[in-house]
Design a protein around this ligand. Structure first.
Ligand SMILES: Nc1ncnc2c1ncn2[C@@H]1O[C@H](COP(=O)(O)OP(=O)(O)OP(=O)(O)O)[C@@H](O)[C@H]1O
Ligand SMILES: [Mg+2]
Length: 362
């Protein structure tokens, strides 16, 4: 699959956003009427442990089966999909190119100079680029966003989707998907995010992604290898449970009483410490910023009761749980009661589903 045209492609079309993450496959389909968004269908299907490991699809068949179940459960007939790649296999950076070049010439030059930008052999990567604006220093140059991903990662996702009877249409980068999803969180930002510094923290099973926006534009991103898996492992150790037992008990709240006093608080304290660490990295990397106006928690771990209050108290930053669907209408097919429970985990899926509407940029 060529990443060019697909990475930045889009337009009004029927499209499923599919977040293939480490603990589950999350499907979301949005439609738009005027300015209003509507949730058509959604589904979350758990994945067996290690089917997706370290951002790689280790078990394509198991992943394809989970995708197939998600499609059935959602009841969608749409077959075109937007997926995301992430992690060490993805490189995105702004480079400078002469403004006079045509698209084809630019591609030729980027390929010729690729070893300056990309630490992998050129025939092992898919490349895409987009002119983002004039270069501030030299009027004869333009700033170009270069995105590259190891073919392996793109192909793995494509293969799992095709095995499930779907068509990979757009390959996005997770950070961009999170950035696009932040549009649906503006109602939770002071002044709708205008002039404000807002941190979105997605705490998944294995990865915590921090995205910091100023005036609604991304100014910093960071991924940490930390997530709900640490809590699952602590439950397994503390109560002598298997992974499956620990997951079940963790989700249905059936753990012994000392869980709330002896196990959970340590994890929440770790979450606060990890977020604080990322923010400190941000403040030292981008020194004109010294505070965060709003923290928005997302990912499955945001479902832990009271985690927002606890983080707010520890970090002294106003904190809320992400509610991307608060201003959308929800169709009956999307099972509104279930959707409400999964809401905070669906940010990446939201950003991917949103690709159905963006204007082709070239
Ligand atoms: N009600 C809940 N209480 C506590 N933890 C929960 C709850 N629901 C989900 N989780 C945890 O959230 C994590 C899954 O979150 P999410 O679906 O965002 O992860 P993911 O996207 O698959 O992971 P990653 O992005 O790291 O690949 C798991 O560790 C799960 O146990
Ligand atoms: Mg995730």
């Amino acid at each position: 699959m060529a990443i060019k045209t697909s990475l930045f492609g889009g337009g009004d079309q029927h499209l499923i956003g599919m977040d293939i993450s480490s603990s589950s496959v999350k499907l979301l389909e949005l439609t738009r009427k005027g300015e209003r968004y509507h949730v058509e269908t959604y589904a979350v299907e758990p994945l067996p442990p290690n089917a997706v490991s370290d951002k790689q699809i280790a078990e394509p068949k198991l992943v394809a089966e989970a995708i197939g179940r998600a499609v059935n459960r959602a009841g969608t007939r749409t077959r075109q999909v937007a997926v995301a790649v992430s992690g060490a296999a993805v490189i995105s950076k702004i480079i400078e190119m002469p403004a006079s070049l045509s698209d084809d010439e630019m591609e030729e030059q980027i390929r010729a100079e690729a070893d300056q930008y990309i630490p992998y052999p050129i025939d092992e990567v898919n490349i895409d680029f987009e002119i983002v604006g004039k270069n501030g220093k030299n009027s004869e140059m333009v700033d170009v966003l270069l995105a590259a991903c190891r073919k392996e990662q793109v192909d793995q996702r494509g293969a799992a989707l095709e095995l499930a009877g779907l068509k990979p249409k757009i390959v996005d980068i997770e950070t961009y998907a999170l950035e696009n999803a932040s549009l649906f969180l503006e109602h939770q930002m002071p002044d709708g995010g205008k002039g404000r510094t807002v941190a979105i923290v997605d705490i998944g099973a294995n990865t915590t992604s921090v995205l910091i926006l100023h005036d609604r534009h991304t100014i910093y991103t960071r991924d940490q290898a930390f997530g709900g898996r640490q809590l699952t492992e602590e439950i397994m150790r503390h109560y002598g449970m298997s992974f499956d037992e620990a997951m079940r008990a963790k989700h249905d709240g059936s753990l012994p009483e000392d869980y709330a006093s002896d196990v959970l608080p340590n994890f929440v304290a770790d979450v606060a410490m990890q977020i604080d660490r990322s923010l400190q990295f941000f403040f030292s990397a981008v020194t004109q910023y010294t505070h965060i106006d709003q923290l928005i928690l997302a990912g499955g771990c945001a479902r832990i009761a009271g985690i927002d209050t606890e983080i707010q108290e520890r970090l002294r930053i106003p904190t809320v749980i992400a509610r991307p669907f608060a201003q959308m209408s929800v169709g009956a097919r999307a099972r509104p009661a279930n959707l409400a429970k999964d809401e905070a985990s669906l940010l990446i899926a939201c950003g991917l589903a949103f690709r159905a509407f963006d204007e082709p940029k070239k």
